[in-house]
Design a protein around this ligand. Structure first.
Ligand SMILES: Cc1cc2nc3c(=O)[nH]c(=O)nc-3n(C[C@H](O)[C@H](O)[C@H](O)COP(=O)(O)OP(=O)(O)OC[C@H]3O[C@@H](n4cnc5c(N)ncnc54)[C@H](O)[C@@H]3O)c2cc1C
Length: 374
């Protein structure tokens, strides 16, 4: 039976960056994923600058576009756009990004077993993959929204959003229209939005919203395509996926098992982004694991103690803003498109400022949005 200091289950952004940090610090790490890499994952592939800052190395080799212009629409009628002085979001494709992240973990010393599906895991540090058993002092569950680690801990079913996305080649859509620009259409999908994100040779189009919107996602996507004169028949690689929004109130530790990223339910309820949260939670988990492995802590509870304050304020703000959009969409759109909101948005997306830090006049529109969502 193989034994490791840490087994990381799942090689998405949460798992690979956790494995990287641990291996760099000298731990014996096994990173495993049920998929053979490179593999794709339904995702807009937008790395906000705050996510980029949180990454332990540069992802420049897999960046395909840089977003400086944000365009917001309201139900395909009203339009608003602003250009920032510096990029706010880096666009990549998950097939490329995730392979790159796993490669960095391997270079740092982690063993990577792709094509290895974990079939059972328990809080004592035991992991089963088809016919084999592995042991570790710490197990990190980074197996995403549909993984087994959170389920095996008997966590209650999380609140979910759903999304559907696909790609349209630049041969069928105008590069001039979308390059360097992220388009989000508000009020178009209950509980979410529709988007057009540019990549190297195509745009990614998608719609996401409340779980109950699942049966209507195809119609929402049709509406998005029609509004931007995209031939729906040219949308390739169409995929749906769940967005887990269980969040910061959940305890992400049990025994020797830690949950990170989507497995811990960390998708932002308002934006649907989860890569920043994935990488950030991975850093907190790696720190707690190292303290435990080096005998500086008796257990892994430090992760739970740091997890709640790190994610709860942001999550509560996002939920309230989301509910404000649901209840008062016209007013919320007007508040979201003020100059003050634009400045605050840039600071938060870049990681210069926390969204919870809204004191003073500059945060006024956000505070009104919050009040509307109570
Ligand atoms: C349509 C859509 C668009 C999105 N757009 C964005 C965006 O633009 N920007 C953004 O920041 N976020 C976006 N998100 C959210 C983002 O994709 C996730 O939050 C992010 O991928 C979470 O990373 P993770 O590492 O926790 O999990 P994942 O990336 O889901 O990785 C989990 C890994 O675990 C593996 N795994 C699962 N089960 C097992 C098992 N039993 N054994 C072994 N391995 C297993 C899987 O194969 C997978 O590789 C989007 C999500 C969706 C659905």
């Amino acid at each position: 039976m193989a034994r490791y200091d840490v087994i990381v289950i799942g090689a998405g952004p949460a798992g690979s960056t956790t494995a990287y940090r641990l291996a760099r610090a000298g731990a014996r790490v096994c990173l495993m994923d049920r998929a053979r890499f490179p593999r794709d994952k339904p995702c807009g592939g937008g790395l906000t600058l705050r996510a980029v800052r949180e990454l332990p190395f540069s992802v420049e080799p897999v960046v395909e576009d840089r977003i400086e212009t944000i365009e917001l629409g309201f139900r395909y009628t009203r339009r608003w756009s602003r250009r920032a002085k510096q990029p706010l979001v880096l666009m990549t494709q998950r097939r490329r990004l995730d392979a790159f992240l796993a490669e960095q973990a391997v270079t740092a010393g982690a063993e990577f077993r792709d094509g290895s599906k974990v079939t059972a895991v328990d809080p004592s540090g035991r992991v089963a993959i088809d016919g084999e058993r592995l042991d570790a002092d710490v197990v990190v569950g980074a197996d995403g929204a549909n993984g087994i680690t959170a389920r095996s801990l008997g966590r209650p079913a999380p609140e979910h959003g759903v999304a559907l996305e696909g790609n349209v080649a630049y041969t069928h859509v105008s590069r001039e229209r979308f390059q360097g620009r992220a388009v989000a259409e508000l009020g178009a999908v209950p509980g979410g939005y529709a988007w057009v994100f540019p990549k190297g040779d195509h745009v990614n189009v998608g719609v996401g919203g409340w779980q109950s919107e699942g049966p209507r996602l195809r119609d929402h996507l049709r509406e998005l395509c029609a509004a931007f004169e995209i031939d729906e028949a040219e949308v390739r690689d169409l995929r749906g996926h769940r967005l887990p929004m269980r969040g910061a109130s959940m305890r992400p530790v049990e025994g020797r098992l830690l949950l990170v990223g989507d497995a811990a339910g960390l998708v932002d309820p308002l934006s649907g982004d989860g890569m920043y949260e994935a990488v950030f939670s991975g850093r907190l988990a790696a720190d707690a694991a190292l303290e435990f492995l080096h005998g500086r802590a008796r257990d892994l509870d430090a992760y739970a103690e740091r997890f709640a304050p790190a994610f709860a304020p942001l999550e509560s703000i996002s939920w309230r803003a989301k509910l404000a959009f649901e209840r008062f969409p016209h007013l919320a759109f007007r508040l979201a498109t003020t100059n003050v909101s634009w400045r605050l948005f840039q600071a938060v997306v870049r990681g210069d400022r926390r969204a919870s830090d809204t004191h003073g006049l500059r945060g006024a529109p956000l505070r009104v949005l919050q009040a509307l969502g109570v």
